[in-house]
Design a protein around this ligand. Structure first.
Ligand SMILES: Nc1ncnc2c1ncn2[C@@H]1O[C@H](COP(=O)(O)OP(=O)(O)O)[C@@H](O)[C@H]1O
Ligand SMILES: [Mg+2]
Length: 231
């Protein structure tokens, strides 16, 4: 089984470490929810995995091979896709044009649309005219079209109502079921825990609840609250 592994990963920005000593294993076909309060270091950690920024200690491996020295483009070629926090579609392009940025060929585009039938009827609309939920659907479809092995999702729900975000959950599940390992950072904690296989909490730059079955956190409100406060 293919997996992405972090061992003792520390990420520093400016003055010092913002997140330290992170251990996690992301397996293909599974969803790992990474939750925690604002400023905990979640975005920085994801950025260090996709290569937006470097990490200052520890190792990142795919199937045992260290990718620590790989540039972002190499990691992307190796199948790491990253939906960055606050990054959206190109509003002036149509849905088709947005998807062709990663799908490349019409055949690949048709394949993606089979997994995202809702986008088919909007395919020649300018993306700016789509609802917030539909725009995020395009973001997911565009990432899926790059045929990732591992998909890092950073706060897709920003600016969306919970009911709108809920419509994206089955799509994220479907992406995982197709064999993608999904690392899901999400402010709607319970929605994330509801679809995740595993979950972990980071708080103030530390892992305050280590990776384990998601339902352990989903079923124990007090444990979840303690973890948010730093474990
Ligand atoms: N570009 C940056 N330069 C310096 N410090 C940053 C930068 N981005 C985030 N930080 C700091 O790193 C810490 C972790 O932030 P972040 O990774 O965004 O956490 P989260 O995604 O969990 O809210 C915060 O203290 C934040 O102020
Ligand atoms: Mg963040």
């Amino acid at each position: 089984m293919s997996e992405l592994q972090l061992n003792g990963v520390t990420v520093s920005r400016g003055a010092g470490p913002v997140v330290s000593d992170v251990e996690l294993v992301l397996r293909r076909g599974e969803i790992l929810a990474l939750v925690g309060p604002n400023g905990a270091g979640k975005t920085s950690l994801l950025e260090s995995v996709s290569g937006v920024i470097g990490h200052s200690a520890g190792d990142i491996r795919i199937d045992g091979e260290s990718i620590a020295k790989w540039k972002r483009v190499q990691r992307s070629r190796a199948g790491i896709a990253h939906i960055e926090q606050g990054r959206a579609i190109f509003p002036s392009l149509t849905v088709r044009e947005n998807l062709l940025l990663t799908a490349r060929t019409d055949a690949a585009l048709q394949e993606v649309l089979q997994s995202f039938p809702e986008l088919e009827k909007r395919i020649d609309n300018q993306s700016a005219l789509l609802s917030g939920g539909e725009q995020q659907m395009v973001v997911l479809a565009r990432a899926f079209a790059s045929k990732p092995r591992f998909l890092l999702i950073d706060e897709m729900s920003l600016g969306l109502a919970p009911v709108v975000f809920m419509r994206l959950l089955p799509v994220i599940q479907q992406i995982a079921e197709s064999g993608v390992g999904v690392l899901l950072v999400e402010q709607f904690t319970h929605l994330a825990l509801g679809i995740a296989t595993d979950a972990m909490v980071v708080s103030s730059g530390r892992v305050s609840h280590p990776q384990g079955p998601a339902r352990v956190l989903a079923d124990d409100e007090a444990l979840l609250r303690r973890s948010y406060l730093g474990g």
